[in-house]
Ligand binder design. Structure first.
Ligand SMILES: N[C@@H](CCC(=O)N[C@@H](CS)C(=O)NCC(=O)O)C(=O)O
Length: 198
């Protein structure tokens, strides 16, 4: 329910006005039921109403754009915007390993040294500055809300939870965007219940 990659898929489903049911997955003890659907062993995985199963947030969003062409497009068709948006997805995905290290440390799953922790904080803050240079003063990374913005938003939510310091410009940009009712729904609320746990 709290995976940043899942948030990206929720962002797409919300913008597209597609209804969905959210199943939560126990990643600490992956069940046969989950692995039968997602042998890749990672979330998100989506099962469409016709039984199509697809995993990886980027693949799911790309699939939704093509399967439901009359809905809001999360990845632009114009090749230059598309390239820019996918660059941001790759850039933010590249920041996750440091985030995961801090997450596992915080949860006492895998402790890391203070030096490693400081390095992870530094890497993340520095990369957030690169994103600031791109996004500061622009409402969106390209000309409207896309997968690029959803990717940066999920990252800010994760960094806030990990108490990673980063520039105020992106913080404010994220806070403003998340106030939008539709965009805000990408983040699973604390009170939201999944329909099933597997
Ligand atoms: N590239 C994948 C990454 C998905 C991913 O790493 N998901 C994490 C949760 S945030 C996961 O399922 N981890 C479980 C594991 O690696 O065992 C995507 O975009 O969907």
């Amino acid at each position: 329910m709290q995976s940043p990659y899942v948030y990206k898929v929720r962002a797409a489903l919300e913008q597209k006005w597609l209804t969905y049911e959210h199943v939560s997955v126990n990643l600490m003890e992956k069940s046969k039921k989950f692995l039968d659907v997602a042998p890749i062993g990672k979330i998100p995985v989506m099962e469409d109403s016709d039984g199509t199963i697809i995993w990886d947030s980027l693949n799911i969003i790309d699939y939704l754009d093509h399967k439901y062409p009359d809905t809001y497009k999360m990845i632009s068709s114009y090749p230059i915007n598309r390239a820019k948006e996918l660059n941001v997805v790759a850039f933010t995905d590249n920041m996750y390993p440091d985030g995961v290290k801090l997450f596992l440390d915080m949860r006492w799953v895998k402790k890391i040294s203070d030096k490693e922790k400081a390095q992870a904080h530094k890497n993340l803050s520095t990369k957030m500055n690169t994103l600031k240079d791109i996004l500061w003063n622009n409402p969106f990374y390209t000309d409207r809300f896309t997968i690029a913005d959803a990717s940066v938003l999920t990252l800010t939510v994760m960094l806030n939870r990990l108490n990673v310091e980063y520039n105020q410009e992106i913080k404010s940009w994220s806070e403003n965007l998340l106030q939008d009712e539709k965009i805000g729904k990408m983040i699973t609320s604390k009170w939201e219940k999944s329909i099933e746990e597997i």
